[in-house]
Design a protein around this ligand. Structure first.
Ligand code: BEZ
Length: 234
């Protein structure tokens, strides 16, 4: 795949397939994880401080992602021995923000050739030509890309937002709704827009007592935090 230029994957595309060596053995992505949500994320390099803080945060949240039926898969342009040594250092030596002895249980892809990083548009030469930027791909159980985030090398990701996006996507799918700005479980959700003049009129007349309409095209309803948690198996 030398010098191959790939179109960057987009929201709605099927996740590009690849085979790779990881710290948990060989994987075929995304097919090995079909039926689960997947977060595929890249980081610039092993043994660097921002990346270490991110790995410790992801590792500390492993059970939360398990409960959400989500497989984490990391990647950097480093070799297997470097990955293993770095993860051992994190476990054995690093204490940060109250986290210590953290075991990274998710696979970390070896991508010395940058094949996978190029396939997913993780190499952005204006930022770095030999290291991946901080990309995050949210991929659904049918292997479709649903959300993409990119951060530069110098800025660590917001893991609360990563979890919020995963829960948000699952809520959209499970309840057939849209979600307003800054939505969190328990907040009101947006019902699909009125599809006829009759529905618009009845909504504005307040005929559905479970709905609150700010105008005919902007109606919300309550889904409790408990309902979201029950459905998502949190
Ligand atoms: C870091 O993870 O600390 C880092 C990596 C590459 C460039 C800058 C910071």
């Amino acid at each position: 795949m030398e010098n191959q230029v790939n179109a960057m994957p987009r929201i709605g595309d099927l996740a590009p397939e690849f085979q790779a060596t990881t710290t948990q053995g060989e994987i075929n992505f995304p097919n090995d994880f079909s039926g689960k949500w997947k977060i595929l994320f890249s980081h610039p390099a092993d043994f660097t401080p921002v990346c270490t803080s991110e790995f410790m945060t992801f590792a500390s949240m492993q059970e939360e992602f398990d409960r959400l039926n989500c497989q984490l898969v990391g990647l950097s342009v480093d070799g297997l021995h470097s990955h293993i040594a770095w993860l051992r250092t994190i476990h054995d030596k690093i204490e940060w923000k109250g986290f210590k002895n953290l075991e990274v249980k998710f696979p970390l892809i070896v991508d010395i050739t940058m094949d996978v990083a190029n396939l997913y548009g993780m190499i952005q030469p204006g930022e770095a030509s030999t290291a991946a930027v901080r990309a995050v791909f949210f991929i659904d159980p049918s292997n479709k890309i649903r959300t993409i985030m990119y951060y530069p090398l110098s800025l660590g990701r917001n893991f609360d937002e990563i979890k919020r996006v995963l829960i948000g996507l699952q809520t959209v799918d499970n309840f057939g709704v849209a979600l307003p700005a800054d939505w969190r479980p328990g907040d009101e959700v947006i019902v699909p827009p009125a599809g006829s003049c009759g529905v618009a009129k009845s909504r504005m007349a307040g005929e559905d007592k479970d709905m609150h309409c700010y105008d005919w095209f902007f109606c919300t309803k309550k889904i409790s935090k408990e309902q979201v948690e029950e459905k998502l198996g949190k």
